[in-house]
Design a protein around this ligand. Structure first.
Ligand SMILES: [Zn+2]
Length: 178
């Protein structure tokens, strides 16, 4: 799977977006292009955001260990200068952990779909294993609709598709994590 950057992966985008909205993704894209450490002022100019807004985003990343700063004292002013770096490795590690959880849950779901023959109501969202549906004579206990097993293969296919997609992203994430 040819991938140019970490921020192009949907799993990474979802994670970052939940953390700080679309702006945090843009900020990391800008930081990825810089090889050296950067200051919040530099990024603030590039993004047309206030320095305080950039600092808030960096602090969120720092809290998770994704943004790392170095402090140095300016000899003239006596003030501290902060330079920042983004740890792609740490970002990849967190997303891998998160995606592994999603994979585990999908795996459980897949096993469940395979073990039981599930019956779905054709009228509401009720979903019952064969044994229970049979007890109700395949009439939905919630709404009286007809229960049948037609949706089962489709559900399995959807789960498999999700698993394949996540696994292919994991390959790329693991390369960064090495
Ligand atoms: Zn129903």
């Amino acid at each position: 799977m040819p991938q140019k950057s970490l921020t192009e992966l949907p799993s990474v985008q979802d994670f970052l977006e939940t953390m700080g909205g679309p702006e945090i993704i843009n900020m990391i894209k800008i930081c990825e292009r810089k090889r050296k450490a950067f200051t919040d002022e530099e990024v603030s100019k590039k993004m047309n955001l206030k320095v305080t807004e950039i600092r808030a985003l960096l602090n969120k990343l720092h809290f998770r260990g994704i943004a790392i700063y170095q402090k140095s004292r300016n000899q003239k002013t006596g003030w501290y200068n902060y330079t920042w770096e983004i740890s792609k490795k740490r970002l990849a590690t967190i997303v891998i952990e998160q995606q592994q959880d999603v994979l585990d849950k999908l795996g459980e779901k897949q096993a469940l779909e395979g073990d039981y023959n599930f019956f779905d109501c054709n009228n509401c969202n009720e979903r019952l294993p064969f044994e229970v549906a049979a007890e109700y004579n395949f009439i939905c206990p919630s709404c009286g609709g007809v229960m049948d097993s037609n949706n089962n293969p489709q559900k399995q296919k959807e789960i498999s598709k999700k698993i394949v997609k996540i696994e292919s992203e994991m390959v790329f994430l693991n390369q960064i994590n090495e």
